[in-house]
Design a protein around this ligand. Structure first.
Ligand SMILES: [Fe+2]
Ligand SMILES: [Fe+2]
Length: 360
């Protein structure tokens, strides 16, 4: 792929946008909301999985820093401006105060309100204590222009694993930080939050669009890498009675989309590094690549390969994700009402595509 013309174009574009030359000209086309007045059209930005990692003192892994800095700068340049920004979890790599502080500092230039989701890399050192001091509650909801938004902490696990298995908090964190580590434990939302979710949704009309943000997928994709939430079916059962439900999750560091009943699922890209796609799982004899390093790029010589961020357009009450892939072709995955599931607007029509999974 010849990336250079794209790089130059984009660099020039943002340079121009930053100086106000073409401010307002970003290619964001807002489609009229069909469930509300035209004044209610809006987008929001979604940045995820920055994995800010301290080396020593004030030294942090440069590449992870640069991914987050770039996403924040680009989100600030969007026009029309997004109504708010979501950070989808894994702000830190090993959950330390230094990493979370540094990550919060890199997020601080955002001009719009920030809503945060808990990731396992943020949680398993002090069980979310310092993160909550910085960003607030770990599950909550709000209404915005006719849409009900919900944030869940989906990366909890069994009490025995969390509280009894490991001699130190540092070891607990490092065990959960390894994606393919068999010593990890399946993620779950848990009974307490499921009860809260059911109660929270009691006041929501069935035809009101709902967007749920989680870190792990609220569906079961691949247990070996914890692309998995153990009580996904129970959470889905609470959401199924509603007509327009969208679940947006991080954690998998790749584009995924799916439809189960009334629920559309969309993943978001990481700003740090990509994980391999499911089709690559089958390329090794065991169907599972052996991962021994935390970075696995399609192109190891291109530091931003397969990373990016996204803005979300909620025009029909279903989410269209516009992926801003760093120095790569942008991509849109949106809901197709005729098909009844999300489609990749760029690649869906091509020959030899792999259809989205409808069951597991
Ligand atoms: Fe992550
Ligand atoms: Fe994660």
């Amino acid at each position: 792929m010849n990336r250079e013309p794209k790089q130059v174009t984009r660099r020039q574009f943002f340079k121009a946008a930053a100086t106000g030359i073409i401010a307002g000209a970003l290619p964001v086309s807002l489609v009229k909301l069909s469930f509300a007045g035209t004044a209610e059209d809006f987008t929001f930005a979604y940045i995820s999985d920055a994995h800010i990692q301290q080396i020593k003192g004030s030294n942090f892994v440069r590449n992870w820093d640069r991914g987050l800095i770039r996403a924040v700068a680009e989100a600030n340049l969007l026009s029309p401006a997004p109504d708010f920004v979501v950070f989808g979890g894994d702000l830190a790599q090993l959950g330390t105060k230094e990493e979370l502080d540094h990550g919060a500092e890199l997020l601080s230039p955002l001009k719009k309100k920030l809503h945060c989701v808990m990731g396992e890399h943020d949680y398993y050192l002090d069980l979310g204590e310092y993160w909550s001091k910085l960003f607030g509650p770990q599950h909550y909801s709000w209404d915005h222009k006719g849409v009900h938004f919900v944030v869940l902490n989906s990366i909890l696990t069994h009490d025995q694993w969390t509280h009894e298995r490991w001699p130190t908090a540092v070891q607990r964190m490092s065990e959960m930080a390894g994606l393919d580590n068999p010593n990890g434990s399946p993620f779950m939302v848990g009974q307490k939050q499921r009860d809260w979710l059911a109660k929270d949704l009691e006041k929501v009309a069935k035809d009101r669009p709902i967007v749920v943000f989680s870190h792990s997928p609220l569906q079961k994709i691949y247990k070996g890498w914890n692309f998995w939430t153990d009580d996904a079916e129970e959470v889905q059962a609470i959401l199924q009675p509603f007509h327009k439900v969208n679940v947006i999750y991080g954690h998998v560091h790749q584009i995924q989309y799916n439809q189960i009943g009334n629920i559309s699922f969309n993943s978001v890209m990481a700003t740090a590094w990509p994980w391999p796609y499911p089709s690559t799982y089958a390329q090794s004899g065991s169907h599972v690549p052996v991962l021994t390093v935390p970075m696995n790029r399609a192109d190891p010589f291109f530091e931003r390969d397969a990373t990016g961020w996204q803005f979300v357009n909620l025009h029909t009450g279903k989410t269209d994700l516009h992926f801003r892939l760093f120095d790569n072709t942008d991509r849109v995955v949106g809901y197709d009402p005729a098909k009844g599931h999300p489609v990749d607007k760029t690649y869906q029509a091509k020959e030899n595509r792999i259809p989205p999974q409808t069951h597991y």
